[in-house]
Design a protein around this ligand. Structure first.
Ligand SMILES: Nc1ncnc2c1ncn2[C@@H]1O[C@H](COP(=O)(O)OP(=O)(O)OP(=O)(O)O)[C@@H](O)[C@H]1O
Ligand SMILES: [Mg+2]
Length: 200
C-alpha cells in the first residue's frame, strides 16, 4: 500500500521526510519598539510551526548583531546595512522553503520597504507589534531604556531616534494590552488564512 505524503507526515516515516510548508516559504517580519514583544512572539510561533513539522526559522536582530552584523553600529546607514543583510538572509531561507519569523525593530519606513523589495520570492508579511513607548519602557526587559534615558545609548529608538509607525501592516498586534497567547493565536491564524502555514 502506498502512503500519501500526508499520511507519511502524520507519523509513518517521519525520519525520512523533510518538514514542509504549503506555499514554499515566506517572511514574517515583526517590527516594533524594543520590548514590544517581537522576539517573544517570533520564537513561540516558530516553535509551534516546527512542532507541527513545518519548516521554519527564527531570525532575531540581537543574534545578527552578535555575528553577521557585529561590525555595524546604530547610525541610520548602519541600521540600513544591518537590515539589508537580514533581508538577503531571509531570502536565502525562503529559497530553502522556510517560513522565516524575523524580529527586528526596523524603525525606518524606507528600510522596511527595502526589506520588502529584497524578498523576491515567497510572501512578505509585515507584523506591527504595537506596544506604546511607556509600556515598553516599564517592561524594560533588557534595561536599555534606563540606560538610554541616562544618555548612555545614542540613537535609541523611541528615546533619541524615531520609530516610523507602519502605515499598512498586514497585521497589527496590540502587544501592549493583549496576552502573549492571544498574539500568538492571531499571528498563526493569519498565516493559516493566507495559506502560508498549515492549520496547527
Ligand atoms: N502580548 C504580548 N506579546 C509579546 N510580548 C508580551 C506581550 N505581553 C507581554 N509581553 C512581554 O513583553 C516582553 C517583550 O520582550 P521581547 O524581548 O520579546 O521584546 P522585543 O520586541 O524582542 O525587544 P527588542 O527589540 O529589544 O529585542 C516579554 O517579557 C513578554 O513576555
Ligand atoms: Mg527581541
Amino acid at each position: 500500500m502506498s502512503l500519501s505524503i500526508k499520511q507519511a507526515a502524520a507519523g509513518a516515516m517521519p525520519a525520512l521526510l523533510q518538514p514542509w510548508t504549503p506555499r514554499g516559504g515566506a517572511v514574517v517580519w515583526l517590527t516594533g519598539l524594543s520590548g514590544a514583544g517581537k522576539s517573544t512572539l517570533a520564537a513561540l510561533v516558530q516553535r509551534r510551526l516546527q512542532d507541527s513539522g513545518q519548516r521554519s526559522f527564527f531570525l532575531d536582530g540581537d543574534q545578527l548583531r552578535q555575528g553577521l552584523c557585529s561590525d555595524l553600529g546604530f547610525s541610520a546607514a548602519d541600521r540600513r546595512e544591518n537590515l539589508r543583510r537580514a533581508a538577503e538572509l531571509c531570502q536565502l531561507l525562503v529559497d530553502a522553503g522556510h517560513i522565516v519569523l524575523a524580529a527586528f525593530i526596523s524603525p525606518s519606513h524606507d528600510d522596511r520597504a527595502m526589506v520588502r523589495d529584497t524578498i523576491r520570492r515567497g510572501e512578505f508579511i509585515e507584523v506591527y507589534c504595537n506596544a506604546s513607548l511607556s509600556t515598553c519602557e516599564q517592561r524594560d526587559v533588557k534595561g536599555l531604556y534606563a540606560r538610554a534615558r541616562r544618555g548612555e545609548i545614542p540613537n535609541f529608538t523611541g528615546i533619541s531616534a524615531p520609530y516610523d509607525v507602519p502605515e499598512t501592516p498586514n497585521l497589527e498586534l496590540p502587544t501592549g494590552s493583549c496576552t502573549v497567547d492571544d498574539a500568538v493565536h492571531r499571528l498563526i491564524d493569519l498565516l493559516v488564512r493566507r495559506g502560508i502555514a498549515l492549520p496547527l
